[in-house]
Design a protein around this ligand. Structure first.
Ligand SMILES: Nc1nc2c(c(=O)[nH]1)N[C@H]1C(S)=C(S)[C@@H](COP(=O)(O)O)O[C@H]1N2
Ligand SMILES: [Mo]
Length: 397
């Protein structure tokens, strides 16, 4: 008996494997950059045991670059993904929908890949505007999805390897026109001759130019949040480097962090160690002061370099009887929120550039930048540059 259901037919010229391969290649580059830079961010924020003691404090702006690239490649992936999905969507209506176990697994891996990628990019975009409407932890879900995407992408590339290889290069002029046949489409819509092949090439070029313009536009209007020369064009990204007091944007204000101004008045710095001690702000100001020019590079995508001045963490630890530095727990005056306590690896505490900063761009730190004292260290995510520091505890081991 003949089936009454007929698959739809697609006559668009660009639902072909060559276009899918070209766009897929660009999307693959964006996803690879995004994944690797995301991995760097994760390792710096939550180092696994084997990395503790080895986190690199150089280059000083390393995290500014990797996290800038993470957000730029993630944003570029949005138009790339939309065009890639548009190119291949006739495949979603393939008939029959399942042709066996292997085929079913292949389709399932694509469903996982597409769903995870859409969710990942959407979550990341909301994160760049500091919106966390999720009942779950952004960081662990974003990280886990990254692995789901890479896993299903590898399956996808494995399955498609023969087609990718066959369409990686531009077909020779006048070569078999079947390269231009729409995937899974009815033959009546397919290009059939050399003239059609010319048309396909012209259409494809227009599509890629349009895609290039889209990627270029979203990049240029957002990259200024981390690439200072582009700051003037930074129309859409939420953080403009020129915003914020003392020449630096503020991520969380003192009042949002629940920092009590009364607690600030009776502030003391306490330092743990074999000869632990406490200092008043005046005593801290009387210690040798050092300067460092280091960026705040926020995980949410903005970054900006600034001039800092304060006491070296190394000197504070030496005074506490820890001449070789130590792994530290940095405790702030903050009463609520995720970053009131952070940890600092030895490679930072030993570094000459790691300061308990008291001044920013030539002025005493403002309350929102962490008055009376904050951490600034090279090659670190902004979330770990703890403000309103009141205690440095030594983590044993
Ligand atoms: N105690 C404390 N320190 C903190 C934060 C926080 O919420 N609490 N936010 C961090 C984040 S996410 C960033 S990006 C930087 C921003 O520093 P700034 O506001 O001085 O520019 O501070 C970090 N230090
Ligand atoms: Mo941040």
């Amino acid at each position: 008996m003949q089936s009454r259901i007929r698959p739809p037919s697609f006559s668009g010229r660009l639902h072909d494997v060559r276009t899918a391969t070209i766009v897929g290649r660009l999307l693959g580059i964006a996803v690879a950059i995004c994944f690797l830079t995301g991995l760097v961010s994760h390792l710096l924020q939550e180092p696994p045991g084997w990395l503790i003691g080895h986190l690199p404090a150089r280059p000083v702006s390393g995290y500014r670059i990797t996290q800038g690239l993470h957000v730029i490649s993630g944003i570029a992936a949005v138009p790339l993904l939309l065009v890639k999905l548009w190119t291949v969507y006739p495949r979603l209506f393939e008939w029959p929908p399942v042709r066996g176990v292997g085929h079913a697994l292949e389709r399932l891996s694509i469903a996982v890949l597409v769903a995870a990628t859409i969710l990942e990019l959407f979550m990341g975009l909301l994160n760049t505007v500091q919106w966390y409407p999720w009942p779950f932890s952004f960081r662990s879900v974003h990280y886990a999805l990254g692995w789901v995407i890479i896993g299903s992408l590898l399956v996808h590339l494995g399955v498609k390897a023969p087609q990718i290889a066959a369409h990686w290069r531009r077909p020779r002029q006048g070569a078999a026109p079947k390269a231009a046949a729409p995937q899974g489409a009815a033959p009546q819509g397919a290009a059939t001759g050399a003239d059609d092949e010319q048309l396909v090439r012209a259409d494809r070029r227009s599509l890629l130019v349009g895609l290039g313009v889209a990627v270029g536009t979203v990049t240029v209007v957002t990259a200024g949040q981390s690439v200072t020369p582009l700051a003037k064009l930074n129309l859409l990204a939420p953080r403009h480097p020129d915003n914020g007091e003392q020449g630096l944007p503020v991520n969380r204000t003192a009042s949002a962090a629940g920092v009590d101004l009364k607690a600030v008045r009776s502030w003391r710095l306490s330092v743990g160690g074999p000869q632990g001690y406490e200092l008043t702000l005046d005593q801290l100001r009387a210690l040798p002061q050092h300067k460092a020019t280091l960026p705040i590079a926020c995980v949410e995508g903005w970054s900006k370099s600034a001039h800092w001045e304060g006491v070296r963490i190394k000197d504070l630890l030496e005074r506490a009887g820890l001449p070789d530095g130590a792994r530290l727990r940095v405790v702030s005056l903050q009463t609520r929120g995720g970053y009131r306590v952070t940890e600092m690896d030895r490679t930072y505490t030993r570094d000459d550039l790691t300061l308990l900063a008291l001044r920013l761009n030539g002025e005493v730190l403002s309350p929102d930048h962490g008055y009376p004292a904050r951490i600034i260290a090279p090659n670190r995510p902004g979330v770990l540059q703890t403000k309103w520091v009141t205690r440095l505890e030594v983590i044993p081991g």
